[in-house]
Design a protein around this ligand. Structure first.
Ligand code: GAL
Ligand code: ZN
Length: 659
């Protein structure tokens, strides 16, 4: 039966058996059909080394199964037990300053620790042997948010593993490493592999090449941990998809394009900055990014919150209706269901002020009432399962290594961050109602307009991919300070913008960052922030707007060469919205749906048999009028079934009235 997943992280180890019975009763009431079980339950199932006790888990799995709730069974390896950490203090992560983290919280392990990997494999094997063929278990959840809390480790074991990784990566050629890391500077040339250590805190700055390889290595170590557990589970529990929950919106230490290739289904966790008045834009960004990582296929929202979290300075509750809007925004953008952290609000511990599906107050609460109503709504959308969002005509390029490189220290401006650029450009499109996909190079599918808001570090194959895309007739926009260095943060030869000089048709004489808060005016009246450049156009490159003031006054700010544009500043949001709308129209993109934008979303999911659903999500405080939908009241969501399946298709009964 097609269905959208609806449920939560379920932590029964925090509750007694009477509460478990109440839990499954309430799960049924709320339409919960999937729970992630045992995410942090290692010391529950293995209280002492090798003394496995599955009695509690057996009972819970049976209870859930009897109630029709499916299980996404977690390996508990994000939270090694204290008996392990105390027996293996060398497994605890070490900071760049050489401080060994104490045991006592979750994620207290080094991903390179042999002892950790061995025990993680053992508990995974025991779980998969016991539950791999259990009919309740429909998927596997490996670890939890890899690299959250322990993204990098500077310990001696990590140092040794880093050297091994480097020796393989550089084919035992230490001279090549010296060359790529630029070790002629400050006399830091390596004459022996043993001298290579992770970027530990030193007297002054370290080689950017060292940092970038360390980031790659650390990500590879976490991925190796994932793969090891995944492979055990695949053998013992065949046919069940294996996932690990990403934190895609954080844009930090995991190159999720690589991770996405390794999971059977992409899943993601998303939490809102509760005080941000524009937080709805972040939902759309993260959902679009997760869909991009999933290659357009359906994905799963593994965690979000019913209301407040507990880890922000001020944890503002979601307003009535906001939870449903959040959930349905993810579904509208391709999620085949949504789970929460967590099922029942903890009675103790650090997360007791984090909202849940069942609040402290139980059934007689707003959150529970809304949760039940949402469960009903999600059940009514069962037929959406398996459908996908058609590829957008506009694509935003995301390159994790370009982000890591730009956000190292010792750049012309600390304000020129990758993450802000990507989010700002996405938000501008969201505000004007233009759909977009996040992509990696080479650009998948046929796109009319490709946006690279920030591409400081660019390898040769990405340059070729961009050239190919343009040669096929695509329109391209590149943001400032792009094309400058290679993957090791070494300057591309020749004048700026290095590797993109030919494609962009400009020479940059000088990069001219702005002072904090300073803005520049463009001669078309628009505004730039953070950055300017002294740009010299090649013959044949057209100047579309110039700097009217600021350090680059009189020079070009926006140039165009054929279908390729270069922007030499970071525009403010109004400017960005205007520019991107104009350029989308010029690239032949379908105009936004009438009434979409500025908090009113219209997204479509379609299925190969011709059915389609138009989701209208109104995040605003006023009624929205959308072509093809009609009126969506303030704060509400409408789903329009635009086409029925052909008559020959079997129909599933619908529990939800049509909009
Ligand atoms: C996530 C984590 C969950 C829970 C949640 C609280 O990062 O995976 O276990 O702690 O945050 O918002
Ligand atoms: Zn380590």
């Amino acid at each position: 039966m097609p269905r959208l997943a609806f449920g939560a992280d379920y932590n029964p180890e925090q509750w007694d058996a009477a509460t478990w019975r109440d839990d499954v009763r309430l799960m049924r009431e709320a339409g919960v059909n999937l729970v992630s079980l045992g995410v942090f339950a290692w010391s529950w199932i293995e209280p002492r080394p090798d003394a496995f006790d599955f009695s509690g888990l057996d009972e819970i799995v049976a209870l859930l199964h009897g109630s029709g709730v499916e299980v996404d069974l977690a390996t508990p390896t994000a939270a090694p037990p204290l008996w392990f950490s105390h027996a293996h203090p060398e497994s605890l992560p070490v900071t760049a300053d050489g401080l060994r983290r104490a045991p006592g919280s979750r994620q207290a392990y080094c991903p390179s620790s042999a002892a950790y990997r061995e025990r993680a494999a053992l508990v995974t094997r025991r779980l998969a042997e016991r539950y791999g063929e259990h009919p309740a278990v429909v998927m596997w959840h490996i670890n939890n948010e890899y690299a959250n809390g322990n993204p990098h480790c500077w310990c001696d074991d990590s140092a040794a593993a880093f050297r091994t990784w480097l020796r393989t990566t550089y084919g035992e050629d230490l001279d090549a490493l010296n060359e790529r890391w630029g070790t002629r500077v400050w006399s830091v040339r390596y004459s022996d592999w043993e001298q290579v250590i992770p970027p530990r805190t030193s007297t002054s700055r370290l080689s950017p090449g060292l940092w970038l390889d360390f980031y790659r290595f650390s990500d590879a170590e976490h991925l190796a941990c994932f793969r090891a557990e995944r492979d055990i589970v695949r053998t013992l529990s065949p046919g069940r998809p294996v996932t690990t929950n990403f934190m895609a919106g954080a844009l930090r230490w995991s190159d999720y394009w690589r991770w996405a290739d390794e999971v059977d289904i992409v899943s993601n966790d998303h939490y809102l900055a509760s005080e941000d008045p524009e937080r709805a834009a972040d939902l759309a960004f993260t959902a679009d990014l997760t869909r991009g990582l999933a290659g357009g296929k359906p994905w799963l929202l593994m965690e979000h919150s019913t209301s407040a979290v507990q880890w922000q300075p001020r944890n503002i509750a979601k307003t009535p209706g906001e939870m449903a809007r959040n959930t349905l925004t993810h579904i509208a953008r391709g999620a085949d269901g949504a789970l929460f952290f967590q099922w029942r609000q903890s009675a103790y511990g650090p997360e007791k002020w984090h909202s849940a599906m069942v609040p402290h107050g139980g059934e007689d609460t707003r959150i529970w009432q809304e949760t039940k109503a949402l469960g009903n709504t999600v059940a009514g959308l069962a037929d959406v399962a398996g459908s996908t969002c058609p590829p957008a005509e506009i694509a935003l390029l995301l390159d994790y290594e370009a982000m890591w490189a730009l956000e190292l220290t010792d750049r012309p401006s600390a304000d020129l961050t990758y993450r802000d650029a990507l989010r700002d450009w996405h938000k501008a499109l969201w505000n004007v109602g233009l759909p977009c996909d996040l992509v990696r190079a080479p650009v998948p599918g046929e796109r009319r307009l490709l946006l690279a808001p920030s591409l400081y570090a660019v390898p040769a194959d990405t340059v070729r991919a961009l050239e190919d895309y343009v040669a096929r007739g695509g329109h391209l926009v590149v943001g400032p300070f792009s094309g400058v260095v290679d993957s090791d943060d070494r300057l591309h030869p020749g004048p700026y913008p290095g590797a993109l000089r030919g494609l962009l048709g400009v020479r940059v004489d000088e990069y001219l960052p702005l002072a904090a808060g300073e803005t520049v005016t463009l001669d078309d009246g628009s505004t730039g922030r953070i950055w300017s450049e002294r740009v010299v156009p090649d013959p044949g490159t057209e100047v579309e707007a110039g700097f009217a003031d600021g350090p680059a006054a009189g020079g070009p700010a926006v140039v165009r060469r054929g279908n390729v544009r270069y922007l030499a500043t970071r525009p403010d949001s109004d400017t960005l919205q205007r520019l991107l709308s104009t350029w989308a129209a010029q690239a032949g993109c379908t105009p936004p749906l009438d009434g979409a934008g500025h908090g009113v979303e219209a997204t479509r999911r379609t299925s190969p048999d011709g059915r389609s659903w138009l989701f209208a999500v109104n995040h605003t405080r006023h009624a929205a009028h959308l072509a093809a939908v009609g009126v969506t009241p303030a704060g509400e969501v409408a789903v329009v079934r635009e086409n029925r399946a052909p008559a020959t298709e079997p129909h599933t009964p619908r529990t939800q009235p049509e909009s």
